[in-house]
Write a protein that binds this ligand. Structure first.
Ligand code: F0G
Length: 482
């Protein structure tokens, strides 16, 4: 948000855009929502968009695009090889990151597949501030493992640490010594650390990690998918960068890393992804896999229209008014919830507001998926779709035991420039009602459990008849209201 003060002193997130195209959404009656949840196997991923009022599942591929992005899509140059569109995107990426080579891919996890295939060997370890689901799945698929070395503050639900995504430097040094640099496939830093609540990483921390990796000859990889939010926090929480141009910050970040990759479903508000590097050897190794898995080197599985939108979207990442919208709305939602006594991750991060389901549903066993249950209950109570980010999103251990997640959260993602303040207030209102009635929420158990990434399409059922009781209570309390 630009520097706008309200006379009342209230902290209101003010939009620096106007809406010129809208989509009708529907709020179904609670009884229908209950039926939809049953059909979806109590998994919010399996709900149909037509049954959802506010979709806060993710910001992936659903951010609002700017008029300039749409305009750019009209000049897309469709050609199997060598399209003008590709060179425009390559130029935009070079301009923003200051690195030499760009390999296009159809989305973020495709980049992770390529990185894992090239750099992960059986028995190797990838060190990272924190894992992301698809990152970990690709690394373990290649026989590697991951080790998380996030600072202790990162795993605390409430904290005042401004950069909870930072790596613990002592732990990093210790891990390198213990594992040996030859057995480390790479060190990975994830911007806006997704699974701990969209928490940022500081420039100071990235600089230190880079120094250590360079001195030990270990490759350093940056997952820039959530860079936009992280940039906002560097600019507003790291005093040294208060007056630095955002593009300069992006270039400095890129200079710390050997490889930068990103999901363009998030960064750049389009759909696609890419890998960037200035390292000749790494580039040539990774390049071989692009035509094999993605498509020819000048589109990599992306549509040229999306590539044009991405070229513009990346440039817009350097505009503080544009990138601040999500973090200031997340902060507004967190403040509303805190006022109503709901436990949320603090300080507010990017991406979305994260509710602490372990605390919210402290009466539900971890093995009965409190976050999954809360996400299902929230849909029944409001038509809002959130995402489970806890034990359900983990992969079962080889011996079949359940790895209890260090955090048990539900994420209310705020896609960029999509929802309004009244919709944020409605969300907080329904969550507060659920909090008051939290004893009505029960656990879940699997009916169908896929082995890999089970949270995407696994089906569950409630333990006991709690879902019906919740819907009945809603009707009692809200009368005719939707
Ligand atoms: N890295 C991070 C930090 C992500 O958040 C995601 C996706 C990916 C990689 C994979 O990118 O989806 O384009 O293949 N996150 C989405 C989310 C799915 O909802 O948070 P992708």
């Amino acid at each position: 948000m630009s520097n706008v003060k309200f006379m009342s002193g209230e902290n209101i997130p003010l939009e620096m855009h106007k809406v010129r195209m809208v989509q009708r959404v529907h709020l179904l009656p609670v009884e229908t929502r209950l039926e939809s949840m049953k059909e979806a196997g109590f998994n919010t991923f399996l709900l149909k968009n037509r049954d959802i009022f506010l979709d806060m599942l993710s910001d992936s591929g659903v951010n609002a695009m700017s008029e300039n992005q749409y305009a750019a899509m009209m000049q897309a140059d469709d050609s199997y090889a060598g399209s003008e569109t590709f060179y425009r995107l390559e130029n935009s990426i070079r301009d923003v990151f200051g690195l030499k080579y760009f390999l296009p891919a159809h989305q973020g996890r495709a980049c992770e597949n390529i990185l894992a295939q090239v750099f992960v060997t059986p028995g190797s370890v990838a060190l990272m501030n924190y894992h992301f689901t698809t990152t970990k799945a690709h690394i373990t698929r290649m026989g590697g493992s991951i080790e998380e070395i996030i600072g202790d503050e990162g795993l605390k639900i409430t904290s005042s640490a401004p950069f909870k995504g930072d790596m613990d430097i002592d732990k990093l040094n210790e891990a390198i010594k213990r594992i040996g640099s030859g057995n480390i496939s790479f060190v990975r830093i994830e911007a806006g650390t997704n699974l701990v609540g969209g928490q940022p990483v500081s420039m100071k921390n990235m600089r230190e990690v880079s120094k250590i990796c360079r001195a030990s000859g270990i490759k350093l990889v940056y997952d820039a998918s959530l860079l936009a939010d992280n940039l906002y926090f560097i600019k507003t929480r790291e005093a040294e960068y208060k007056n630095t141009d955002l593009k300069e910050i992006m270039r400095e970040i890129a200079s710390f890393f050997d490889v930068v990759y990103f999901s363009a479903r998030k960064l750049g508000c389009a759909r696609g992804g890419g890998i960037i590097t200035s390292d000749d050897e790494m580039f040539f190794k990774m390049r071989e896999l692009v035509p094999l898995f993605e498509g020819f080197l000048t589109y990599g599985g992306m549509s040229v229209r999306e590539m044009e939108a991405l070229s513009v979207g990346l440039q817009e990442t350097a505009d503080l008014d544009i990138i601040s919208q999500t973090p200031i709305f997340v902060e507004a939602m967190c403040e509303e919830l805190i006022k109503k006594g709901v436990p949320v991750v603090t300080p507010p991060g990017g991406l979305g507001c994260h509710v602490d389901a372990r605390e919210f549903c402290s009466h539900i066993e971890n093995s009965q998926y409190p976050s999954g249950a809360l996400a299902a209950a929230l849909y029944i109570a409001s038509g809002i779709r959130a995402m489970e980010r806890g034990t359900l999103s983990e992969q079962r251990n080889e011996d079949g035991s359940e790895p209890i997640a260090s955090m048990e959260l539900i994420r209310l993602a705020l896609p960029k420039r999509v929802y309004t303040l009244s919709q944020v207030k409605y969300t907080a209102d329904r969550i507060a009602w659920l909090h008051k009635n939290r004893e009505l929420i029960g656990g879940l158990e699997f009916v169908e459990e896929p082995k890999v990434l089970r949270f995407f399409f696994g089906r569950l059922k409630p333990i006991g008849g709690w879902a019906e009781k919740l819907a009945e209570q809603f009707r009692k309390d809200f009368g005719e209201s939707l």
